[in-house]
Write a protein that binds this ligand. Structure first.
Ligand SMILES: Nc1ncnc2c1ncn2[C@@H]1O[C@H](COP(=O)(O)OP(=O)(O)OP(=O)(O)O)[C@@H](O)[C@H]1O
Length: 318
């Protein structure tokens, strides 16, 4: 059984009162997240990520198609689905600014029917886990964005859900907190929980996920491991070399197996070769010419994403 199973999901929003046309947020989406899997959903603004999370979180109903969480239908079996999922939607919604962090967690625990004795213990453990113990009894409205985000995560874990839906969970976090977040995702995986995580951050997806799904305009483009996505873009090897003499650039350009030669980052020359066999002779040419700053690599998830989604991917902001 999958943690999440989505088939043919459609959802549109009617035009606003001021006019305009209906917006299709999801246009026949299929997606599965295995038990214990960390799955990233990557896409630019308006791709449909939040709409999908909201349907899985049972707060929005699809127009067509089905969505199941651990085998339970999100529309027909609400009562079964809700305790299984923990949602972190970010922003200010769902946190009570006038209450302390601890009280927010107590409230949420009670709402989810966590036994009274356990509520205090769990809240204290989560506050510690998210580095909020020192501020546990301060009003949440005084918290920074990053602290609120960590409290959101703690809240999402209060009732021990088996499936976590995290919508842009690191938005607003500083880099240290974002790194801790990666550790947290690893821990959740070890605990056997499943995670569906939406993000704009390719490095984050690549670092934490088992598989990533690219979504754009309400349609799924690809689902694959970060590594597979990389090799989809190019089966080529890439060399980046600094200080390559011009005449050597020209010789390399016409060398068998070399596909492209262009500008790389920070003044480097970027050479793409079509297979590993072409790699060694080109590297030898460079080394023989005294080039010492050399790196070989394969394309990362970010390049795949940009190539599939195109320039619009660049508009994405956190
Ligand atoms: N309540 C709503 N009313 C009208 N249109 C909506 C509503 N919610 C979403 N949409 C539209 O549906 C599309 C998908 O939006 P959605 O929020 O799911 O995208 P997203 O991938 O989460 O983007 P972002 O990263 O900006 O949150 C967008 O065109 C959006 O304008």
């Amino acid at each position: 059984m999958n943690a999440v199973e989505v088939l043919g999901l459609h959802r549109s929003f009617p035009p606003s009162r001021g006019g305009g046309t209906a917006r299709t947020a999801l246009d026949g989406v299929d997606l599965s997240v295995g038990e214990g899997e960390v799955h990233a959903l990557l896409g630019p603004n308006g791709a449909g990520k939040t709409t999908l999370c909201k349907i899985l979180a049972t707060v929005l109903v699809p127009d067509a198609g089905t969505a199941r969480v651990l085998g339970h239908d999100v529309v027909g079996e609400l009562a079964a689905v809700r305790p299984l999922i923990g949602c972190v939607f970010g922003g200010d919604r769902g946190l009570y600014g006038r209450l302390s962090a601890r009280r927010n967690l107590h409230y949420w625990g009670a709402l989810y029917g966590v036994p009274g004795r356990e509520i205090r213990q769990r809240a204290a453990t989560l506050l510690e886990r998210f580095g909020l113990t020192a501020h546990a009894d301060e009003r949440v409205e005084t918290f920074s964005r990053g602290m609120k985000q960590r409290l959101h995560l703690a809240r999402g874990l209060m009732h021990g859900p088996r499936v976590l839906l995290l919508d842009e969970p690191t938005t607003g976090m500083d880099p240290v907190a974002a790194r801790d977040f990666r550790t947290l995702i690893g821990e959740l995986r070890e605990e056997g929980r499943s995670v569906l995580l939406t993000t704009h951050d390719m490095a984050e997806a690549e670092a934490v996920c088992d598989r990533a799904t690219l979504i754009d305009g309400g349609r799924i483009l690809r689902t694959a491991t970060p590594r597979e996505l990389g090799s989809l873009l190019s089966r080529h090897e890439r060399i980046e070399a600094t200080g390559v003499p011009d005449e050597l650039v020209e010789r390399i350009r016409i060398h068998p197996g070399v596909v492209t030669v262009g500008a790389g980052p920070r003044g480097a020359t970027r050479i793409e070769v079509s297979d590993r066999q072409a790699l060694a002779p080109v590297l030898r040419l460079l080394v023989d010419a005294g080039v010492t700053e050399l790196a070989t690599s394969r394309p990362g998830l970010e390049e795949v994403y940009l190539s599939l989604i195109g320039e619009r991917g660049m508009e994405v902001v956190g």
